[in-house]
Design a protein around this ligand. Sequence first.
Ligand SMILES: [Fe+2]
Ligand SMILES: [Fe+2]
Length: 257
Amino acid sequence: MLINIVDIPSLFYDSYQQHLTIDAGKTWRQSALELYWAHVSPISQIQFMDRFNRSQRVSRGFERERYSFETDLERSLADLVEKACASEKNVHGYGIWENHIAPMVGIANELALVHRADAEVVRIATLLHDLAGIEDYTKAKEHHIHGAERARQLLGEAGYPARKIDLVVQSILHHRASIIMPKETAEEQCLADADALAHIGDVPSLFYVAYENKGLGFEDGQCWVRRKLTRDWQKMSELAKVRYSDQYNEVMNSFTC
Ligand SMILES: [Fe+2]
Ligand SMILES: [Fe+2]
């Protein structure tokens, strides 16, 4: 039974082989883990409690505290983005709000302190950073460029200060981990770090892409997830790495490839 508890990639594979949604997959894995754990002797439970807790955390994704917006502008932007995520036109599904953007705002807000960045600018950039590809999938490939234009339009209409609009626009333009671009401001670094950290905390969505969307086999799927996380981590700032290394190591120690 213990092998089932520590073998996290198999848990992901077994859940997505049944074509469960991301949320249903989380529930299935929690029940499976509890069932296995009930069959472990009390002595071994004491010895392996940490491993069991780690398997629970990684297989459901790290829980992040949600940021509650304090200004009308942020609230209305959050509303606009959430509605776009819920729209039928959004091919990524509502999960991109629930599992990526909403938790990322909290991470970005925390990182703004670490990087001494303008926290409001960073939160707004986070809300808008993937919007172009959500509203129109034909823009997904270059969503950093279209997203920067969309942010300039939305924030201009809202009368946001020009200097801050420039910071938001630059951050969105430079947020992609797959496109290496120098980070010139603390706000840009925050957004790129928060995007990478949101992936590291949301392993269930990555395994879903590997096994359900891409249809990869057991080994290829987990290696794909591992490589993606490694790339995300390598592009993060040293400051963010120091703060989040425990979470990263916990996730990376879960792989068997
Ligand atoms: Fe993006
Ligand atoms: Fe993103």
